[in-house]
Design a protein around this ligand. Structure first.
Ligand code: SF4
Length: 175
C-alpha cells in the first residue's frame, strides 16, 4: 500500500456534474431551525450543542422563514416543524406560527421553559389546541451541564422554583 494521498479533502466530482437531474416537485415535510443553535439551556445530551452563549448557528430572520414556508406551500408541504435551539426565543415566534399554521399543521420542538400562562393562552388561541410532550418522565434524565435539570428550570410539569433570575441556569435568558 502506498502513502495516503495528501490532496485536498474535497476534490471535484466530475461524474456528479454530468449526472442526470430531476426536478424538485414535492416537499412533504419542512423543518426550520428558526433559532439556529441559540437556546436558554445547555443540556449535556443536546445533539447540536445548542446553548445560550455564541451559538455556532445563528437565528433565522423572519423574512427567510416566511420565504421557506411559502416555497414549501407551493411544493405541497403537509407538515412543518420549528426547531432550534429553543424556538420560543425567536422574537416573532407567534406571528411566524400563525403564518405556518395557515399553510400546514405545525409542531414546535421546545424545552417548554418559555411557555408561561400568557404564552400558553396565546398558543391555544392560535392553534385551537396545544400538546406538550416530554422527552423523559423523569427529571433525573434531563440534565443540563450546570447540574440542574430542564424540570428545575421551569419546564411545564416540573418545579418552577428556579424561575427567579437569581437561580436560573447560568447564562440563560430571563423567562
Ligand atoms: S433544551 Fe434542547 S436545544 Fe436546548 S440545550 Fe437542551 S437539548 Fe439542546
Amino acid at each position: 500500500m502506498g502513502t495516503p494521498s495528501r490532496g485536498p479533502a474535497l476534490t471535484p466530482n466530475v461524474e456528479a456534474a454530468t449526472a442526470p437531474t430531476a426536478p424538485f416537485l414535492r416537499l412533504t415535510t419542512l423543518w426550520i431551525q428558526i433559532t439556529g443553535t441559540w437556546c436558554n439551556l445547555r443540556c449535556t445530551h443536546c445533539i447540536n450543542a445548542s446553548g445560550p452563549a455564541d451559538p455556532w448557528l445563528p437565528s433565522m430572520d423572519a423574512r427567510s422563514i416566511r420565504h421557506a414556508i411559502r416555497e414549501a406551500e407551493t411544493l405541497g408541504v403537509k407538515e412543518i416543524y420549528f426547531t432550534g435551539g429553543e424556538p420560543f426565543l425567536h422574537p416573532e415566534i407567534l406571528p411566524l406560527l400563525k403564518d405556518s399554521l395557515a399553510v400546514a399543521p405545525t409542531s414546535v420542538l421546545t424545552n417548554g421553559t418559555r411557555i408561561d400562562v400568557r404564552m400558553a393562552a396565546a398558543l391555544a388561541r392560535l392553534a385551537g389546541e396545544a400538546a406538550y410532550s416530554l422527552a423523559s418522565a423523569s427529571a433525573s434524565t434531563m440534565w443540563m451541564s450546570n447540574g440542574t435539570t430542564a424540570f428545575e428550570a421551569g419546564a411545564p410539569g416540573g418545579t418552577r422554583s428556579e424561575r427567579s433570575s437569581s437561580s436560573r441556569p447560568e447564562g440563560s435568558s430571563p423567562l
